[in-house]
Ligand binder design. Structure first.
Ligand code: NAD
Length: 290
C-alpha cells in the first residue's frame, strides 16, 4: 500500500489558527506581537521566504517590521541596526534572513541578537539551551519536523531515526531534539563523510533528509513502513514550468511513496511547519514580555 502523504499545510494551519486566538488575547491587552524581519540584498529565494513569513504573521494577527537593506550594507551598520531592534520595546522577535552578503560575518550577526528575541533559535545561547534541555527558542525547521512526527499515530520512543545532513540550522539541532527524552529516538546523523549511507538509511524507522541534494534518497534507501520526512527544497530546472524551475525535495518521491508508511511532500510538508514554528516563537516572545 502506498504511503500516507503527510499534509504539513493542514497541520500548520491548525497551529496558526490556535496562535491567532492567542495573538488576539494579547492585542486586547494592548500588546501587538511584532517580528522585525531584516533582509540584506535581493536573493530571490530569500525574498520569497520573507514574503511568506510576513503574510503568515499578518494572517495570525501579528505584525512584522519589514527592513530591506541594500546588498552593500556594511557589517557595522547591520550590527547597530540589530542593537536598536534589541532595545525597541515594540519588537518581540528579530529575524535576519540568511544567507547574508559575503562580506558580512553571519556568526557575528546572529550573536548580536538578544536571546530573548532570537525567534530563529540560532543564537549560541539558544543552541546551548536546546542541547541542555533548558527553556529557550527552538530552531523552527527542526522543531517543525518534531511537531509533525508527534502528530503521527506511531511510537517515537525507541525508534531508529536517521538524519541526513549536519547543518547548524537543520541537521544538528534536529538530531539533538530527536534524542531528547521527550522524543527518545535512537539517532544516527549522516553527512558527506558517511560511509554506506544507503545501508544506514535502510535501517531507519524515521528517515529525515536535509542535505539539499535533489533525489539523494532513492526508493531503495527507504525501509518498508518507514516514516520519511523530506526537508530538502531544491530548485530544479523545468522549462515546462511557468517559472522555469520546480521545487524538488531530497527524496525521490515516487519510489519512496511505494515503500514508506508516511511521507512528506515538497512543497507542502516541512516548509509550512517551519513558518508555523516561527509564528509560535514570536507569540511566545511577546507573551513572555507581557
Ligand atoms: P546545508 O547545505 O547547510 O547542509 C546540508 C548538509 O547535508 C551538509 O551538512 C552536508 O554534510 C550534508 N550532505 C550534503 N550532501 C550529502 C550527501 N551526498 N550525503 C550525505 N550528506 C550530505 O543545507 P541546510 O541549510 O541544512 O538545508 C538542507 C536542505 O533543506 C536544503 O534543500 C534547504 O533548502 C532545505 N531547508 C528547508 C527548510 C524548510 O523549511 N522546508 C528550511 C531550511 C532548509
Amino acid at each position: 500500500m502506498p504511503a500516507i502523504v503527510i499534509d504539513g499545510k493542514a497541520i500548520a494551519k491548525k497551529i496558526r489558527d490556535d496562535l491567532a486566538i492567542r495573538a488576539a488575547i494579547l492585542r486586547k491587552k494592548g500588546v501587538f506581537p511584532c517580528l522585525a524581519v531584516v533582509l540584506a540584498g535581493e536573493d530571490p529565494a530569500s525574498l520569497s521566504y520573507v514574503g511568506a513569513k510576513e503574510k503568515a504573521l499578518a494572517e495570525a494577527g501579528m505584525e512584522s517590521r519589514d527592513i530591506r537593506l541594500p546588498r552593500s550594507t556594511g557589517e557595522g551598520e547591520l550590527l547597530s541596526l540589530i542593537d536598536q531592534l534589541n532595545r525597541d520595546p515594540a519588537v518581540h522577535g528579530v529575524l535576519v534572513q540568511l544567507p547574508l552578503p559575503q562580506h558580512i560575518e553571519e556568526d557575528k550577526v546572529i550573536a548580536a541578537i538578544d536571546p530573548a528575541r532570537d525567534v530563529d533559535g540560532f543564537h549560541p545561547f539558544s543552541v546551548g539551551s536546546m542541547v541542555l534541555g533548558r527553556p529557550g527558542f527552538l530552531p523552527c525547521t527542526p522543531h517543525g519536523v518534531v511537531t509533525l512526527l508527534r502528530d503521527l499515530p506511531i511510537p517515537l520512543d525507541g525508534a531508529r531515526a536517521v538524519v541526513v545532513g549536519r547543518s547548524n540550522i537543520v541537521g544538528k539541532p534536529l538530531a539533538n531534539l530527536l534524542c531528547r527524552r521527550d522524543v527518545n529516538a535512537t539517532v544516527t546523523l549522516c553527512h558527506t563523510g558517511t560511509r554506506n549511507l544507503e545501508s544506514i538509511c535502510r535501517e531507519a524507522d524515521i528517515l529525515i533528509a536535509a542535505a539539499g541534494k535533489p533525489g539523494l534518497i532513492t526508493g531503495s534507501m527507504v525501509k518498508k513502513g518507514a516514516v520519511v520526512i523530506d526537508v530538502g527544497v531544491n530548485r530544479v530546472e523545468d522549462p515546462s514550468a511557468k517559472k522555469g524551475y520546480r521545487l524538488r525535495g531530497d527524496v525521490d518521491f515516487d519510489p519512496a511513496v511505494e515503500r514508506a508508511a508516511y511521507i512528506t511532500p515538497v512543497p507542502g510538508g516541512v516548509g509550512p511547519m517551519t513558518i508555523a514554528m516561527l509564528l509560535q516563537n514570536v507569540l511566545i516572545a511577546a507573551e513572555q514580555r507581557t
